[in-house]
Design a protein around this ligand. Sequence first.
Ligand code: AMP
Ligand code: MN
Ligand code: MN
Ligand code: MN
Length: 276
Amino acid sequence: MPRYDLHCHSTHSDGLLAPAAVVARAAACGVDVLALTDHDELSGLAEAREAALAAGITLICGSELSVTWAGITIHIVALGIDPANATLADSLAAIRGGRSTRARRIADALATAGIEGAYEGAMRYVTSERLVSRTHFARYLVESGHAREMKDVFARYLTPGRPGHVEHEWAQLSDAVGWIHAAGGQAVVAHPGRYQVDAGGMRRLLTEFRDAGGDAIEVVSPSHTRAQYGEFATHARVLGLRASCGSDWHGPGESWMELGALPDLPAGVVPVWRNW
Ligand code: AMP
Ligand code: MN
Ligand code: MN
Ligand code: MN
C-alpha cells in the first residue's frame, strides 16, 4: 500500500525547508503521496510539484486554512485543490492580509512584557511579511534566550492568557469549506485533538463541519495519542466523514514525527484518498 503523508509545511509558511527540499526529504523517507499544506498559502505548490515529478512521488496540492470557530482557532486542511482557482486564492490572500498587523500586535504585547525587538526578530525567520506566524516569533524567543526550546515557547508566551497572545479573527468554518470545494478539493479537520474543547464542543465542531459539507478528519497526527486515533476514527464513522493522516512536519529538529512516519489508519474508516 502506498505511504501517505497529507500534512506538512515549507518556507512558504512556517516550515524550515523550501518546498523542493521537503519533497526530496519525503521521497527519501519513503513517502509515496505527499500533500504540501502551507498555512493559508499556495505559492509553494508549483515548486513542490516539479520536485515531486523529479523524485517520482505524487504531490497532492494542499493548504492549511486558519479558521475561527466558537472563539477558538482551528485548522482545516485542504487536499487536492486547484492552485489556480481564483475563489480560493483570493480568499486565502484575504486571510493572510491580517497577519502583519497581528504580528505588530504580538510584538507590542511582548514589548509590554519586557521583550524588545520581537517584530524584527520574527521577521528574520520569515520569507515574506504576509506569512508571519507565531512559529517565527517562537524561533526568535528561543534565539534570544527567553525560552529553551520551541516546545516551551507557545505554552509560556504565545497562547491564550500568556503575554504574547493577541486575539485574531480568521475565516469562518463554512466559508473555508466552501472555498476548498470551489477549488475542487476535500476539506479535512486538522489535528482535532489539539483544540481546547470538551467532549460536547468536539461533537458540535465536527457536526457543524460535516453539515457545512466537510469531508474528513485528520485521525492520525503526531498531536494525537493512540487512544485518540480510536476516538477520532469513531467520530469519523458516526458522522460519515473520511479519515486522513499527516505528520504536520515543519523542519528538522522541530517536529514530533518524521515525514511519512505515520502509523496506519485505524480499521473501519474510509481513507480520504479512497477515490483518488
Ligand atoms: P499562527 O498561524 O501564527 O497562529 O501559528 C500557528 C503555528 O504555530 C502552528 O501552525 C504550529 O506550527 C505552531 N504551533 C502552535 N502551537 C504550538 C505548540 N504548542 N508547539 C509548537 N508549535 C506550535
Ligand atoms: Mn505551522
Ligand atoms: Mn495546524
Ligand atoms: Mn500544520
